[in-house]
Design a binder for this molecule. Sequence first.
Ligand SMILES: *[C@@H]1O[C@H](CO)[C@@H](O)[C@H](O)[C@H]1NC(C)=O
Ligand SMILES: *[C@@H]1O[C@H](CO)[C@@H](O)[C@H](O)[C@H]1NC(C)=O
Length: 311
Amino acid sequence: MAANFSACLVPVAVLALFYLVIFPNDLSQLKSALAPCDAASKSVAAAAAAADDDVDFRMFFGILTRPDFYERRALLRMAYALQPPPRRAAIDVRFVMCSLDKEEDAVLVALEIITHGDILVLNCTENMNDGKTYDYFSALPRLFPAGYYDFAGKIDDDTYYRLGALADTLRRKPRRDMYHGFLNPCHIDPAWQYMSGMGYIVSWDVAEWIAASPELRGREIGYEDDVFGRWLRGAGKGKNRFGEEPRMYDYLDREMYGADVNCFRHELIADTVAVHKLKDRLKWARTLRFFNATDGLKPSKMYHVDLTPRI
Ligand SMILES: *[C@@H]1O[C@H](CO)[C@@H](O)[C@H](O)[C@H]1NC(C)=O
Ligand SMILES: *[C@@H]1O[C@H](CO)[C@@H](O)[C@H](O)[C@H]1NC(C)=O
């Protein structure tokens, strides 16, 4: 009995500490991570997952960004906080960045972590196309117990997902060998397509395979997302591929000079899963208004806000 108790207590204490460090605000995760001690015979992870019979799947939604993109993170946090929570799905929106090399970033990001508890700092240096994708996916299985998450996403910080629509499309997808996103380049031989960098999602076994394959790191030069597609193709992984055209696309509006409708770009549509290329405040503003994020604004004597488009 005593042996059982301490064998249970040690991993739980480690796990609790881990959740307090990484997600200090997320008490529900801590609670479900603590639950397994009641079911001593089951593994920590399996019991944690089983305790959550109110969700169909769990996803780590990692938005890759840079330490100094404070305004973008503030916008994204607000945008996701104002969405109705997805039905029967736990999608943990987190920001992922490389090491905090500058003095101001170390302090200011530390304050964000204290305030929001939604940041993952990888051990890497900020440099596009230099193995960040490998570092990200390979870190996940080391950070979380097997079986806790079903899916892991790598999301661009100029992309806006509608989490409810995403959850509805993901819940029916296979939990193994799955690769979801926007097939790029569109309308070419599928053998050469990969998921666009706007955002892609794999099942957790794919992240585990990447973590167990250090030889992938630095093997190929090129755009990270193209390289990612080649890793999978080369190993026969991610065979359950789901392209979300036309529900994932690049932003387009009438004021954008020289940009036309094509297979990856069109105007906002109601049935959207994700919009990409939200490069400035006006594009974010128009997108968030289109999806009715401003509906929560209550009339008040304190302000008058005119939300009508000014084109
Ligand atoms: C980060 O990576 C570098 C280079 O691989 C290594 O020397 C260092 O110990 C790592 N730091 C941590 C905290 O893992
Ligand atoms: C936003 O709200 C309006 C009015 O209720 C509705 O007609 C429209 O379909 C909504 N837009 C989206 C994208 O859901």
